[in-house]
Design a protein around this ligand. Structure first.
Ligand code: NAD
Length: 379
């Protein structure tokens, strides 16, 4: 058996997603002796941890059995490692990615790829011109509940889709009495904060693939909690939105709605719920579970007779028949195959730019107080 080692620079390795997802699943693949390629060889990822805090890096590297680490990103990029993953805080990502492209690294980065669609497309063009492979993390459709929604769509369950609704978010503590569950940079514009920039990156690909591509948007944004306390216990003013309501028209005239807030309390199945309605059936999914109701099982729910009716009883759970691997593990396996054996990788940097575009449309619609159209993005 031939094994080929492939160096992966993880910039932001000590951050939450860097440690709990990217490093974790690369190490898992490594511990299994690498990822089996079609030709029988194995591709073995060899992480190089990059960050700003020597103490944290050294501790993480040691805890993983003695990995390589450095605080010098330029030195890491000058080395032989082939893949660059940027999962540091969102702010400044385009500059880091440009350096990595110039160094000839394959690019596999967290969302959002850039603050604007124009910059995101510039990254896609630079990567294409340099001839490196490129991709963005789009993990949510690998979650069991949303994978089942995709399964229903591909099975033709919905018939003609007539609408979609996303209801997402939860209460994020202000850090005063209860520790804030999100990093403070999420609430600072100059560090890549803002709910729209953060979350539309997911809703774009989910809507595009589960229903139809986004055609136009009308949105409002707001800031429910304007002052918060950061990780060091210091109070600061929030200069980004923490709530978004967006109306969308999808290609084919399908209406969709997104309500997403970090200032709402959860009384629904999950923190992320997606409902799709079609003439032949409807389905509602959270991250883990998915419930469907076919047209023929739809109760008469109208008028006085429906008062006190158990509406939940009319839904059937979609069973666990699909193979399940953790979403970030699936993202990495696909990208390693893309690099190792030229297999296709759907979410390239153009898809990453489309995701950024939805956030931009939300901001523009709010600012201009009108519907805004989604321009077609392509290399
Ligand atoms: N795909 C997903 O579902 C998902 C989920 C969460 C986060 N993310 C993305 O991953 C990235 C990191 O998010 P997180 O929740 O892990 O945040 P985090 O704050 O836990 O980690 C970010 C890391 O970046 C470092 N950092 C902060 N500012 C930096 C700077 N200017 N330059 C270099 N490093 C810097 C921090 O010290 C920290 O180690 C973000 O881009 C976020 O949008 C994606």
């Amino acid at each position: 058996m031939v094994a080929r080692t492939i160096g992966v620079i993880i910039n932001g390795a000590t951050g939450r997603i860097g440690t709990t997802q990217h490093l974790r699943f690369l190490m898992e693949i490594r511990a299994e002796g690498g990822l089996a390629m079609r030709d029988g060889s194995r591709l073995v990822p060899e992480p190089l941890l990059v960050g700003r805090d020597e103490g944290k890096l050294a501790a993480l590297a040691a805890a993983q059995g003695g990995l390589r680490w450095t605080t010098d990103l330029a030195a890491a990029l000058a080395g032989p490692d082939e893949i660059f993953m940027d999962c540091a805080a969102t702010g400044g990502r385009p500059e880091r990615v440009k350096q990595a492209i110039a160094a000839g690294k394959h690019i596999h980065i967290e969302k959002p790829t850039a603050p604007t669609a124009e910059v995101a497309m510039e990254l896609a063009r630079l990567a294409a011109a340099r001839g490196v492979k490129h991709g963005v993390i789009q993990d949510k459709l690998f979650l069991p509940g949303f994978a089942k929604l995709m399964f229903l769509k591909e099975s033709g369950f919905f018939g003609r889709i007539v609408g979609a609704r996303i209801d997402a978010g939860s209460w994020i503590f202000d850090g005063e009495r209860q520790v804030c569950q999100r990093p403070s940079w999420n609430y600072r514009a100059d560090q890549g904060g803002g709910l729209a920039l953060d979350m539309m990156a997911h809703w774009r690909y989910m809507i595009d693939r589960l229903v139809a591509p986004v055609a136009r948007v009308a949105a409002q944004i707001s800031t429910a909690v304007p002052r918060r306390v950061d990780e060091a216990g210091v109070a600061y003013d929030v200069d980004v939105e923490d709530s978004v309501q967006a109306l969308l028209t999808l290609e084919g005239g399908i209406p969709a709605v997104i309500s997403n807030s970090w200032a709402t309390r959860v009384r629904r199945d999950d923190t992320m719920c997606v409902q799709i309605d079609g003439v032949l059936g409807s389905a509602v999914a959270g991250r883990n579970r998915c419930f469907s109701q076919a047209a023929v099982n739809t109760p008469e729910a109208f008028g006085g007779a429906s008062l006190g009716m158990d509406f939940m009883a009319g839904w059937a759970e979609v069973p666990d028949t699909l193979p399940v691997k953790p979403p970030f593990r699936q993202c990495w396996e696909l990208f390693l195959r893309h690099v190792g054996e030229d297999a296709p990788y759907l979410p390239d940097l153009v898809e990453g730019a489309k995701a950024v575009q939805l956030a931009e449309l939300v901001y523009r619609s709010h600012g201009e107080g009108r519907w805004v159209e989604a321009a077609r993005l392509a290399l």
